[in-house]
Each structure stands twice: as C-alpha cells, then as structure tokens.
Design a protein around this ligand. Structure first.
Ligand SMILES: Cc1cc2nc3c(=O)[nH]c(=O)nc-3n(C[C@H](O)[C@H](O)[C@H](O)COP(=O)(O)OP(=O)(O)OC[C@H]3O[C@@H](n4cnc5c(N)ncnc54)[C@H](O)[C@@H]3O)c2cc1C
Length: 426
C-alpha cells in the first residue's frame, strides 16, 4: 500500500472539486484531487449543449468548455491529480488542535491503477456530485423490458459513446436532464412522443421548457402519472393517467407507443462515503449539514457542489466550491468563527444552505422554494423580526434562489448564539 500525505484532499474532480482545489493551491497548501473517471470535469463532459458560464465567465459555454477553464488552472497548478482512482473508505480523525493549527489527520483509502493508496490529510473536501434516481426509486409499475434508461445515461451513450438508445422516446419526469435529452434525441433523428410529469408544474428550468420542448413541439403532460410500462423483451409503450385533485383519473388514462423510456425523475447527492465517515445528512437536501464555512459536523471535512445540494447552474457550483476551498484554507490556518447562529427554512421554503450564519462575514445563501408563485416576497426574519423583504416576480422549485446576508445588516442587530434567521416565501 502506498502512503501519501497532503494538507487537503478533494474527493471528486468535477467543477466543484477543481474550484475548491485551486483555492488550496493559491494559498500555498499541498492538495490532491481524487477522481474515479479517467478525466477531470465530472458530469460537464457529457453536457455538450451550451448554456454554461453566463454568471461565472459572462459567456455562453458548453459543459466541456466550462470544465476546460478549470482543468487549465489545475494543470498549471501544483495540485496532484489521481485519475481512475476511487475513494472507497474514509476514516475521520479526531479534532485535536496544536498551536492553533489543525493537527489531526483524516485517512482516505483509494483504489487506483497504482494499487491501494492510503492518503493522510488535514482537510477533506467532499465533491462527489450526485446520481440519478432510477425506476426502482420511483416505483413505476409494469413489465421489465429492455429500453428503460435514465436520461443522464442516455446522454452519455449518445454524446460520449456514440450510441442511439432507441427511436421512439417517452420521457418520464421533466427534470433538466430529461428536457435537454428531449432536444438531443430530436436532433439525432428520434421522435420524442411526450414528456410526462406527475407534478402540476415542470421540474426543470423555464429556459429548458422553451428551448427543448416548445421549440420542437414536444407535448408536456403535467399532473400525469406513468402508471405502466408495457413490453416483453423491449419497451412497447407506456400508460399515462391524468391526476385530478391528487387522485388518478383512471377513466382518462391513455397509451403512448414507444420503444424507449428515459427517466428524469430527480438527482440524489452521492453521500454513501460521507455517511460511512459519520457526516450528518440534511434530510431536506440529502447532502451534508454544513455551517457558515460549508464545514460538516466533522472537523476539517467540507462539502460543496452537487454532493451538498443539487444545483440548477454550474456557475453556483463554482462559487460555492471556491468558498468551501477558502473556508478550508482558513480552517487549516487555525481561524475559527467567534459566533455562528442558526438559519432555517420557514414557510414555502424547502431548504436553506448553509444552516449556520457567521455575522462577521458575507454569507452566501442558497434556497429553494416549495411553491410556484408570481409576485412573491422572500422574507428574512431574525428572531421573528422582519429584517429584509425581497420581491421576486416569479419563484418555482426548480430555480434556486441565492442572496447574501452580511455584517452590514447583521452586526447592528447584535445576534447571539441562540438567534435564528428564518427565510420564508409569502
Ligand atoms: C444533463 C445535465 C445538464 C445540465 N445543464 C446545465 C446547464 O445547461 N447549465 C448549467 O449551468 N448547469 C447545468 N448542469 C448542472 C452542472 O453541470 C452541475 O451542477 C455541475 O457540473 C456539478 O458539478 P459537481 O462537481 O458538483 O459534480 P460532478 O460533475 O458530478 O462531479 C463529481 C465527480 O466526483 C467523482 N466521484 C464521485 N465519487 C467518487 C469517489 N468515491 N472517488 C473518486 N471520485 C468520485 C465523479 O466521478 C465525478 O467526476 C447540468 C447537469 C446535467 C447532469
């Protein structure tokens, strides 16, 4: 077994991992990225459509172009990159401190082309991304024929491997990957017969509904459940049943013939490793619970990107991950916040990240609405007193809301350890 040691190890070499790792390098700390694929870039490498980087670079890039900007930075840095290397085990250290510096070492085990690596590190950044929910997760009844794929797998087959998985497609779920794939499958000559969504509103971004469905005349059935998949060896069709007042209107069910079903029914942060290491998970996001520094309940273990919560735009992943890297650098230097108090989701808000606020710094907050609402107001209440109201023309669950809460507005209110900042949509 090869023994290695770094100040920081980043698990995952997608946008999140690279953005965090570059901060360690810039601060002069030794750092390694461990990536299980044979290349850096993560999910971006199969997203060959444009729409990336509008906030980060003020340009419209494809996924690989966005990734390339970070890969170039990593290549020019002193960051050690281990590819084809999977972290399989993670033992967290105690939180012993010596002279204001973090002294305890975490221990990661990694299977690589050079055998098993045992890597000691003072700080660890979790950046393992997320994975797609599948048919088992959403329990679609019917037979078990070939021809059922998750949308991301179909995207990889078409864009990377060069295979077309079928000809007549029905997409279940209206998440962004499914919408992007509706357009992609149309471009490669397939017929996309429908997108079927159980909720009364789409799960994906509005821009993707317009550019990927409306522009291609692909029908979107909202409030509709896929109640069966038909076919023996290969998919032959699906049964769709409209929902009325939350109940299946069985008399209105209909069949759509197809040979392929793509599932776009949600993403789940990839946290098996985190859980095994004792990292506490937020039941609202399925990602780690983090404080104002994006540090988990385990000292020196930080999380960012899709492993923390599923993001809509990679630009926010990059922002958050740089912040996680910077906070981890401060932690390595022995800096600790004097005070952090609680942030929580109030009415109509599904979650708030992070769940702790440091009144002395700019806290970048990401949250998701639970409702679709026009003329909405995001209300911030500190200890039940409204401290800010922000108007939003429109809010919906698929679009993340972000805002900054800083010392200017917090310090004069003199919050204490027991204070609570609540975010509500009214
Ligand atoms: C189909 C699709 C379309 C999208 N469209 C857009 C768009 O138009 N515009 C936009 O801004 N954003 C878009 N996004 C979102 C954006 O691409 C992602 O939010 C972002 O790239 C996620 O970055 P990440 O680093 O958190 O995760 P990932 O890119 O998933 O990276 C995680 C990495 O961790 C590695 N890993 C996991 N576990 C281990 C382990 N145990 N050991 C070693 N390595 C491990 C994985 O191999 C992976 O490379 C889209 C996403 C998808 C899937």
């Amino acid at each position: 077994m090869k023994e290695l040691q770094y100040d920081a190890v980043v698990i995952g070499g997608g946008a999140a991992g690279m953005a965090a790792a570059l901060e360690f390098d810039a601060a002069g700390f030794s750092c390694a990225i461990i990536e299980r694929e044979d290349h850096l870039g993560g999910i971006l490498m199969q997203c060959i459509h444009n729409g990336f980087g509008l906030h980060e670079f003020s340009e419209e890039l494809t996924g690989p172009e966005f990734a390339e900007r970070f890969i170039d930075g990593v290549t020019k840095s002193k960051i050690a990159v281990y590819l084809d290397a999977t972290v399989t085990d993670f033992n967290v250290a105690g939180s012993a401190l010596s002279g204001g510096q973090a002294a305890a070492y975490h221990e990661l085990f990694c299977v690589s082309p050079n055998g098993v690596l045992r890597i000691k590190s003072r700080a660890v950044v979790l950046a393992m991304g997320c994975r797609e929910r599948n048919r088992g997760n959403v329990r679609i009844p019917g037979s078990r024929p070939a021809g059922v794929f998750t949308a991301g797998l179909a995207q990889r087959l078409v864009n990377i491997e060069g295979y077309i998985p079928g000809r007549e497609i029905v997409i279940i779920g209206s998440g962004d990957i499914g919408l992007i794939m509706a357009r992609r499958m149309s471009w490669v000559g397939c017929t996309v017969k429908a997108v079927v969504e159980i909720m009364p509103y789409p799960a994906g971004l509005t821009r993707n509904i317009v550019q990927c469905l409306r522009d291609f005349d692909i029908p979107l059935y909202l409030s509709s459940q896929t109640t069966s998949i038909f076919g023996n060896d290969r998919v032959e069709g699906v049964e769709v049943t409209p929902m009325e007042n939350g109940v299946l209107a069985l008399e209105k069910r209909f069949r759509i013939d197809c040979d392929t079903v793509l599932l776009s029914v949600g993403l789940a942060p990839e946290n098996e490793l985190s859980k095994a290491a004792g990292v506490e998970i937020n039941s609202a996001t399925n990602g780690p619970l983090v404080d104002s520094r994006l540090m988990t309940n385990v000292d020196g273990v930080f999380a960012c990107g899709n492993v923390l919560h599923v993001h809509d735009l990679v630009d926010w992943v990059a922002e958050e991950s740089r912040r996680a890297g910077r906070c981890a650098v401060e932690w390595l230097r022995g800096e600790r916040p004097a005070l952090q108090f609680r942030a929580k989701a109030g009415s109509n808000v599904r979650y708030v990240n992070p769940t702790r606020i440091d009144p002395r710094r700019d806290n970048q907050i990401y949250l998701r609405s639970m409702v679709v609402k026009n003329d909405a107001v995001l209300e911030l209440r500190l200890n039940n007193r409204v401290i800010r109201s922000i108007k939003h023309n429109h809010v919906q669950p698929s679009e993340m809301i972000n805002l900054s809460v800083g010392p200017k507005e917090l310090e004069k209110l003199n919050p204490g350890m027991e204070s609570v900042l609540e975010f509500s949509i009214v």
